[in-house]
Design a protein around this ligand. Structure first.
Ligand code: ZN
Length: 70
């Protein structure tokens, strides 16, 4: 729980990001939140980078009082 996944913030392209994340370049995509490279597709992929996932979880945890609902 204390270990954080590698960040691709400094990655110059999808190939560099794939090398950092240890997955195929075919599985690399952009984070839906901040547009950094993430392991987005395939097994173990996620549309958000670890940083944005954390923010989303915090928002969910804090948003129960006033979630916008139309
Ligand atoms: Zn992000």
């Amino acid at each position: 729980m204390t270990s954080s996944p590698p960040s691709t913030v400094g990655a110059r392209d999808a190939y560099a990001a794939a090398a950092i994340l240890g997955c195929s370049v075919d599985l690399i995509g952009h984070c839906a939140g901040c547009r950094v490279y993430v392991h987005r597709y395939g097994r173990g992929g996620a549309p958000l980078c670890p940083s944005c996932q954390l923010q989303l979880e915090e928002l969910r945890g804090a948003g129960r009082a006033g979630a916008p609902k139309g």
